[in-house]
Design a protein around this ligand. Structure first.
Ligand code: H2U
Ligand code: ZN
Length: 361
């Protein structure tokens, strides 16, 4: 393992515990690489099921199935977007009224929640889908951002994959929550990127991507239009950040070539993830771009579109990183360095382990 320069003045910091700053979300992470050596007698999670039926008429996300609200899904053949039958946000919630004390503040929360099925089959995942099929998902992400973004200031697209991440249904899908308010993480990213641009004159994540592409030690994948890296400040063991090389503020701005290239790089990244522990790799991922809505600031040039991938696995297909104790009470801590994680991901093959010919021996 090379001695990571880490970017902090060229210091060889990888082997010694230290804290790193996340300038995007304004928080620190404790990096203690030597902790990977400790024995593990804690929780071992179950493996994801490998016998998911391709079509199950009782699964409410399948084509032709009946959903929770009694509606019958069309016999869709590509992506399928519908309103969540159990939405956390609805368009017409009343306002809680004025606060009578600064310690008791509440505000109205309105919005829309949708579910997007990626594919008609329940036994497929993004890395096993074809490039045109992934491209169709990207196009739907862009159009739903446009549609809901015309009304709401924040459109959060996110995918919870795997039971370990609380995903309730194996059918490949993601969710879209549009809200009348900027959620916490969005607010922090808004503030940090604005302050950075004011101080340094360029968008934070555009500069960050350029720096990482030059430094190389945290780069996992590169393509003509995209960059995947384990951020310097990553918290989850194999967390990655997906960045366009060009300055792009929101998903709908992506050109056709950038969307095709995105489909390719997503397929490669997710294949590497699955190959890491030869399992259908669980994660939560989501897109962040400039706020939307009729009141969005005219100048959002401090924003750079990006996707975060937060996978929980640490040592194997069944041993995850727990964010408890110190993380809940003090700050995040990680057990291997981002440079080590990037190196491991980089070294993994780009062909999916499930598609390899079975060993004849
Ligand atoms: P998750 O597995 O990521 O929770 O996504 C499944 C979503 O699908 C969940 O938000 C919705 C749930 O509310 N759903 C429906 O809208 N209708 C149904 O009939 C089943 C599930
Ligand atoms: Zn972000």
């Amino acid at each position: 393992m090379g001695r990571g320069r880490g970017g902090a003045g060229g210091l060889p910091i990888a082997e010694h515990q230290h804290i790193r700053y996340n300038p995007l979300q304004d928080e620190w992470v404790l990096v203690s690489a030597h902790r990977m050596k400790r024995p593990w007698q804690g929780q071992v999670d179950p493996l994801p099921p490998d016998d998911v039926p391709r079509h199950d008429p009782r699964n409410p996300l399948c084509p032709g199935a009946t959903r929770g609200n009694g509606e019958v899904n069309p016999h869709y053949e590509g992506t399928f977007l519908f309103n969540n039958d159990f939405p956390a946000l609805q368009p017409d919630a009343p306002s809680p009224g004025p606060s009578d004390h600064p310690l008791f503040q509440a505000e109205a929360a309105r919005g829309v929640c949708k579910v997007l099925c990626f594919h008609p089959w329940s036994d497929i995942t993004l890395p096993l889908m074809s490039i045109p099929e992934i491209r169709a998902v990207i196009d739907t992400w862009a159009s739903v951002t446009e549609e809901l973004g015309s009304k709401y200031p924040w459109v959060q697209i996110f995918e919870n994959k795997g039971a370990m991440m609380g995903c309730s249904n194996p059918h490949p899908h993601c969710q879209v929550w549009a809200s009348s308010f900027l959620p916490d993480v969005a607010r922090r990213e808004e503030r940090s990127q604005q302050a950075y641009q004011k101080q340094h004159g360029s968008p934070m994540l555009l500069e960050y991507g350029r720096q990482e592409a030059e430094r190389r030690e945290r780069v996992v994948l590169e393509s003509e239009h995209w960059l995947v890296l384990v951020p310097f400040w990553a918290v989850w063991p194999f967390q990655t950040l997906l960045l366009p090389r060009r300055h792009v503020k929101r998903l709908p701005e992506l050109s056709s070539a950038e969307r095709d290239d995105l489909a390719c790089i997503m397929k490669k990244l997710l294949t590497k993830y699955d190959n890491l522990f030869e399992t259908s790799f669980p994660y939560s991922m989501g897109w962040h771009g400039a706020p939307t809505g009729p009141e969005a600031e005219a100048d959002c040039s401090h924003w750079q579109l990006h996707a975060h991938y937060y996978p929980p696995l640490l040592r194997s297909a069944t041993i995850r990183k727990f964010m408890v104790g110190y993380e809940m009470l003090a700050q995040s801590q990680r057990d291997l360095t981002p440079e080590q994680a990037a190196q491991r991901l980089r070294a993994l093959p780009e062909d999916h382990y499930r598609l390899r010919p079975k060993d004849a021996s």
